[in-house]
Design a protein around this ligand. Sequence first.
Ligand code: DC
Length: 228
Amino acid sequence: MRADGIIIAIDGPAGSGKSSTASAVAAALQYRHLDSGAFYRAVTRAALDSGIPPERWAELTRDEVDALGVGAAPQGPAYRITIGGVDAMEAIRAPEVNAHVSRMAAVPAVRDWLFGALRSAGERGGLVADGRDIGTVVFPDAELKVFLVCAPEERARRRLREQGIDATDTTEIHRETERLTGRDTADSTRAVAPLARAADAVLVDTTGLEFDEQVNAILRLAEHAIRG
Ligand code: DC
């Protein structure tokens, strides 16, 4: 057992509810929540704001990534992401970030730069981290690994509801499903650290589950893992 508890890794595709689930699991266990996607979003936001054309991102060096000024500080049970010292929690959720983040997440220098920061957040344990490669690359030693899946149309409906858009409109559902599956393909087929289920990850299908049910399912697994 680590000083502050176990590490729980939650991976899965876009819109599978990883971050909200991880946050609720962390709150119930009084652990810290690390949303790794937020860091890739922050690097994307900063590169867009600095006017670096997306066609050039693949060649970014570690020093250039460092110069983008992305930072994170523990705040309560989570991390507050900043760019140039300014709070960026809202700016990283903008549609242009959604549209470009997969490209940035495939850049080796960016993944390399973030790896150390993410690993050090887990030094003492007591952490629920979510992303695409948490159980496979960042914390292959996590005591509990969960891989969340959910039918694409249901993920699209949940995303639309979050944005206050009519989740019964079939055109909207179709459009959002295309966006999500496009991102899934980009995240699963890239050369570095693709979205993948670790061999020892527990598969949880949330398609027919209410939010509380999926949180409780993971908490039951966590109790088991904590008891060892
Ligand atoms: O979970 P999210 O939608 O906030 O993630 C944003 C993007 O970051 C997503 O397209 C994939 C990428 N990502 C990644 O490559 N590895 C992670 N561990 C987390 C996110």
